[in-house]
Design a protein around this ligand. Structure first.
Ligand SMILES: Nc1ncnc2c1ncn2[C@@H]1O[C@H](COP(=O)(O)OP(=O)(O)OP(=O)(O)O)[C@@H](O)[C@H]1O
Ligand SMILES: [Mg+2]
Length: 246
């Protein structure tokens, strides 16, 4: 049974056709690379899966059941977590508070319910350690490097035990060492049965961790192939349009 099926998803923003009849299937535990030039529709597709946008038409099915995500919490409740391209962190909060944003731990003192910061910082610290990140839970996100911010955004997806993690350009703005860490994390997610969709412009990342690659060009899916049956040259040709479809 497929984890996720997108069936003829179309999305328009006024006169802009961001996606035209895109179908995509994700199996449990599979890592799929989603590639395409700027404006090809990658982030729009991720946001539709994550419940940020409703598609203009088309159907989404999770484990064969049609679903309609009206808001991000609906997708989260269905086992889907996302790391946004802009990371969507709150600069004025600590790393730990960002990890728990919207899912704060509380403690009861008699009739009073209070945020349990010690517990949140402790759990956030464990998640950063798992990610081999030196991010400290009590540091403000405003003062952090790109890689540390990435670790905060990824740690946030690990709070629940999602079936599918969507990552929109997780390695675009970070150091070589941190890229290796993020790729290692994706492999670990896969080993533990999680599916991953990796949006990336970086061919080596996709060929390193993905089982399959799908290519969008101007809102249309032009290829969807096992990674073993394609090459960086072919994928580049598909992205820029030198190869029509494969
Ligand atoms: N909220 C929005 N309102 C209007 N148009 C939008 C919106 N979001 C995306 N678009 C348009 O939809 C198209 C696809 O954009 P999208 O962000 O999905 O591309 P992308 O493949 O993620 O590109 P990049 O590699 O630059 O991140 C673009 O033409 C973009 O301008
Ligand atoms: Mg994008």
């Amino acid at each position: 049974m497929s984890l996720l099926e997108l069936d003829n998803i179309t999305k328009s923003f006024g006169a802009i056709h961001a996606l035209s009849k895109v179908s995509l299937t994700i199996q449990p535990g599979e890592a799929v690379g989603l590639m395409g030039d700027n404006g090809a529709g990658k982030s729009t597709l991720m946001k539709i899966i994550a419940g940020n946008f409703m598609p203009s038409s088309g159907e989404i099915r999770i484990e064969n059941k049609p679903v309609a995500f009206h808001k991000p919490i609906d997708a989260r409740n269905a086992g889907i977590e996302i790391v946004y391209q802009d990371l969507a962190l709150c600069d004025n909060l600590t790393a730990g508070a960002n990890v728990f944003l919207g899912r704060e731990l509380k403690r009861k003192f008699g009739p009073i319910s209070m945020l349990d910061y010690p517990a949140m910082y402790k759990r956030a610290g464990e998640l950063f350690a798992e990610l081999k990140s030196e991010t400290r839970p009590r540091d403000l996100v405003r003062q952090m490097s790109g890689g540390q911010r990435q670790a905060v955004a990824i740690a946030r997806t690990r709070l629940s035990d999602p079936k599918l993690v969507l990552m929109d350009e997780p390695t675009a703005a970070i150091s070589v060492r941190q890229v290796a860490e993020v790729l290692a994390l994706i492999k670990r997610l896969k080993e533990t049965g999680h599916a991953v969709v990796l949006v990336s412009h970086r061919m080596p990342d996709v060929f390193d961790v993905c089982d399959r690659v799908a290519v969008l060009r101007r809102g249309t899916k032009v290829a969807d192939k096992p990674i073993k049956e394609t090459s960086p040259e072919e994928v580049t040709g598909l992205i820029i349009g030198a190869i029509e479809a494969a």
